[in-house]
Design a protein around this ligand. Sequence first.
Ligand SMILES: [Zn+2]
Length: 128
Amino acid sequence: MNPSDNIILLGSLNTEFKTLEAMVHIYCRDHHSETTLCASCDDFLHYAKMRLDRCPYGEAKPTCRQCPIHCYKSDYKLQSQTIMRYSGPRMLLKHPILAIRHLLAEKRPVPGKPEANASNRHKRKMME
Ligand SMILES: [Zn+2]
């Protein structure tokens, strides 16, 4: 059980997480483990979920590629690039709806400064 397991992501953040999850699974199955996620990919996914939870844009978040903030630590950033490069092109076949949604999101204008208290984390805490 990882502390990120009980984080609930709202709306588009959850969709983005599902997209990421699918990409990590594609990558891990072809490179590390055919059954369950290996420890390294599992760790990456938890890290990514935590970043989504804390993203100051919240649901107005631009795609990571477009984002002016770039919040990942360098090791995770590298891991993310490796996974995206491999799984990106494969997503259209395996998860066309998620893939197309993400491609459309890349066309949206990038928001300016995030609004105050927009993060998923902040909203979660308010609901507690
Ligand atoms: Zn793996």
